[in-house]
Design a protein around this ligand. Structure first.
Ligand code: F6R
Length: 368
């Protein structure tokens, strides 16, 4: 059942190239993006003036990645809110709001209550889900399925990648419907996205280094994760995985926030993962993150740096460099999280913990 892997989580991590390929499969026809399940009238999609993504846990981290993509491509103000907070704070929702509910199981009660609340206010709801026929897509106006296959391990991995890929599809679809991107721009983005499954496989094929690192770090009692742009939700997700399955205190930060407080945590030997954006991106994002590595290293941190192949600017400040293939800044979210997933899985396995059934957690949280 586990296909020779020690846990379902390890198996599902190693299925991710195929999982993302399946999420993307058959979406492009005659140069245009087809999302058959998106049966919301295009005129309604054109009138949307705000997007609110509601989700919990890992799905909310996928939503944070979606925000960067959707705002960049569609120029629609997008916010991401934990579903349980959204529901109970009287949020501003109108008929022009598009609510995107992300849920692997489709049964998370917090997310379902947010969906019901949004629809009562007249908003349209698109569900991004893995489980066909589950409650959240049934109660939504439209559903986009991940097609990543059943996820057994409590800690979400392949569904996270599927959720991000599905959010990219949704963003590109909205940009197509609303005319924010030209068809050839969408085709170029899709072509790069379609390279991602092979690139995921390359990351998986190179997992020896991160496995060794995890085996050596079993005694860590705190690990920090830093990133900017989509590296920020990646840092949050890396920290969440480590907490939930390895029971190690971990925190993810936006790297720019360091100097506003968290850098006080850094002392000699503190392990800090840093997710570095592509040096070929358009902004000065890359050099800012390199400076952040320098800042924590100067205070004694052990820097574990996830960087694009050929990015040598990180070398002087990195105790360890984990390489990922080059892609667009936005799409890197589908690659840089993988070493972090493997790190948690291997570390928890090395500690002899029940990786698939962490204490106090359930796969689907059907209570509020
Ligand atoms: C973390 C994890 C949880 C879920 C969250 C939402 O690995 O699995 O944080 O992501 O409970 O679950 P779904 O996506 O089923 O709504």
């Amino acid at each position: 059942q586990k296909g020779g892997y020690p846990s379902f989580m390890a198996k599902e991590i190693h299925e991710q190239a195929g999982a993302v390929a399946d999420t993307l499969l058959g979406r492009l026809s005659d140069g245009s993006l087809q999302l058959d399940e998106m049966d919301i009238d295009p005129s309604v999609l054109r009138s949307v003036d705000k997007i609110v993504v509601v989700a919990c846990g890992t799905a909310a981290n996928a939503g944070e990645v979606a925000k960067y993509a959707i705002e960049h491509w569609c120029r629609i103000p997008t916010e991401v809110e934990l579903a349980h907070e959204f529901r109970y704070r009287d949020p501003v929702v109108t008929e022009k709001t598009l609510v995107v509910a992300i849920s692997q199981s489709g049964e998370t009660m917090d997310t379902l209550m947010a969906v019901r609340h949004a629809r009562e206010q007249g908003a349209k709801v698109v569900a991004i889900c893995n489980t066909r026929g589950s409650t959240i897509p049934r109660e939504s106006d439209a559903a986009l399925y991940l097609h990543v296959g059943p996820e057994i391990a409590v800690a979400s991995t392949k569904a996270y990648l599927g959720q991000i890929a599905a959010c990219y599809l949704l963003g590109l679809f909205l940009a197509q419907v609303r005319g924010n991107l030209y068809p050839d721009e969408i085709a170029a983005l899709m072509a790069d996205l379609e390279q991602i499954p092979d690139q995921i496989q390359q990351v998986l094929d190179n997992s020896g280094q991160i496995e060794q690192l995890a085996a050596d770090m079993q005694d860590a009692n705190s690990v920090l994760f830093l990133g900017r742009h989509v590296g920020y939700p990646t840092a949050m997700e890396g920290a969440l995985k480590l907490k939930e399955i390895a029971y190690i205190h971990a925190e993810g930060f936006a790297a720019g926030e360091l100097k506003h407080g968290p850098i006080a945590l850094v002392e000699e030997g503190q392990p800090v993962f840093v997710i570095v954006p592509s040096p070929h991106g358009r902004h000065s994002l890359h050099s800012k993150v390199v400076s952040n590595i320098q800042e924590v290293r100067a205070r004694g941190a052990r820097t574990l740096v996830i960087a694009e192949e050929g990015d040598d600017a990180v070398l002087p400040y990195a105790d360890e460099v984990i390489r990922v293939p080059a892609t667009r800044t936005l799409f890197a979210a589908l690659l840089t999280v993988i070493p972090l997933q493997i790190f948690s899985c291997e570390l928890a396995t090395a500690k002899g913990l029940d990786v698939d059934q962490p204490r106090n957690l359930a796969k689907s949280v059907t209570v509020e």
